[in-house]
Design a binder for this molecule. Structure first.
Ligand SMILES: C[S@@+](CC[C@H](N)C(=O)[O-])C[C@H]1O[C@@H](n2cnc3c(N)ncnc32)[C@H](O)[C@@H]1O
Length: 399
């Protein structure tokens, strides 16, 4: 068969120089030459082309970078015989076929006029033909398992999900794990979940309850038809923490915008979440982040969830994030697990998946002492004295 004339050892050496850009080690040579028939050659090439080494080199070339020692690589490639022998081998290793007449003539002429062998390997690696071959050969290569859970406790695993991280960055927030925090988690998980559930679209109507001037409102205004931010905008929330209840946002929403946004899509309204002034079935998404725990205990929170359900269209999505106690005594403005279970058990609403309450049985963590210093990060689990809690987020579908 053309291209298969060299000995097993030299084929393995050449394949290493061409595909992964380095000399084969003695152990790899021994393994590579074992059971060396046509099937063995194919398997070796498939393994090399699927390797992280090759994938890093190809990505670097795609980005216009070079990862490795160029001189050493060129020297290695120069040791692979005459120009035409090298070109034929490069075709075989990278494109999986013998070199055609035109290609062979083109590349041998380029080499004769001074091009490097590395530039030939690079051209073949970046060719459309190679792209197609790579897609067929290794379609699942490099795709890491990712955590896609929606109903859960604030989950550090999400910082390893590229799709989720892209949303986090799109919100203008840091993806540095050292700054991991429940607030960016809530915003990102809201968008991630509503997208996966098909509820967040260009034509969606969205209502936020206890919205304050949260950043995600402005992002949603750029990605949905209509966003209504509702909040009491009165009382203690005008003074405490981030002054979330500042009523000025109703008059001058642009002053609170972290980035430019479609002003005609976002409106702020003074409204009690327990009595929403909208008709039944108005919205595709109704959500509330870190708010209902302040609405007057269980009765206030239940009234709000029912109202959120009422104003949703059938099939719409209710997203709720609040404080969930992991262990310790009851504390005001937090919910014990059984209380939370009762909250979300409302007629006409169904969890889109079971709630994973076990996240912090899998992680070791330091709970941030909110009385000592609430600004410490990572900020995923917190405590008031002995009451240790985190964020729970759930997605419920209106039946
Ligand atoms: C902790 S802040 C959260 C604000 C915003 N969701 C965020 O994540 O930044 C709680 C908000 O709930 C609002 N709030 C309190 N009671 C409310 C009620 N009954 N109806 C609507 N909003 C209320 C407060 O004004 C405040 O803005």
């Amino acid at each position: 068969m053309p291209g298969f004339e060299s000995s097993a050892a030299s084929f393995v050496e050449e394949a290493f120089w061409i595909v992964v850009g380095r000399a084969v080690t003695p152990v790899e040579l021994r393994e590579g030459t074992r059971q060396f028939d046509a099937g063995g050659r194919r398997a070796l090439l498939m393994r090399l082309l699927s390797s992280l080494e090759f994938s890093n080199r190809r990505s670097a070339w795609k980005d216009g970078r070079d990862l490795q020692d160029r001189t050493g690589h060129e020297r290695g490639l120069q040791s692979l015989g005459a120009n035409d022998v090298f070109v034929k081998r490069a075709y075989e290793c990278l494109l999986g076929r013998p070199a055609d007449q035109g290609g062979l003539a083109h590349y041998t002429a380029a080499l004769a006029s001074g091009d490097s062998r590395m530039s030939i390997v690079r051209s073949l690696t970046l060719s459309e033909e190679f792209d197609q071959r790579y897609r067929d050969l290794a379609p699942q290569n490099g795709v890491l398992p990712r955590d896609t859970q929606l109903c859960e406790l604030a989950n550090p695993a999400k910082w390893d999900n590229p799709e989720w991280l892209a949303i986090l960055r799109g919100l203008g927030l840091s993806d540095d794990k050292a700054t991991m925090h429940r607030k960016p988690y809530e915003f990102t998980q809201l968008v991630y979940g509503c997208r996966r559930l098909g509820a967040l679209r260009d034509d969606s109507a969205i209502i936020s309850i206890g919205a304050g001037h949260e950043l995600v409102l402005y992002w949603l205004a750029n990605h949905a038809r209509r966003v209504v931010a509702t909040d009491l905008y009165e009382g203690v929330w005008q003074e405490v923490q981030g002054r979330e209840g500042d009523p000025d946002v109703i008059r001058r929403p642009e002053d609170y915008a972290p980035f430019s946004y479609r002003r005609d899509r976002l409106v702020f309204m003074k409204m009690d979440g327990r009595r929403l002034a909208f008709r039944d079935g108005t919205f595709d998404i109704a959500y509330s982040l870190s708010s209902i725990e302040h609405f007057g205990g269980m009765p206030g929170a239940i009234a709000t969830i029912r109202e959120m359900g009422r104003v949703l269209k059938p099939g719409g999505v209710l997203t709720l994030a609040t404080e969930y106690v992991l262990h310790g005594p009851p504390h005001e403005e937090t919910f014990q697990p059984r209380e939370f279970a009762e909250l979300i058990e409302q007629p006409g609403l169904r969890l889109v998946e079971p709630l994973d309450e076990h996240v912090y049985r899998r992680y070791e963590y330091e709970a941030i002492d909110l009385f000592r210093n609430p600004y410490q990060t990572p900020h995923m689990v917190v405590r008031f004295n002995d009451t240790v809690f985190t964020t729970v987020i759930v997605f419920l579908r209106k039946l």
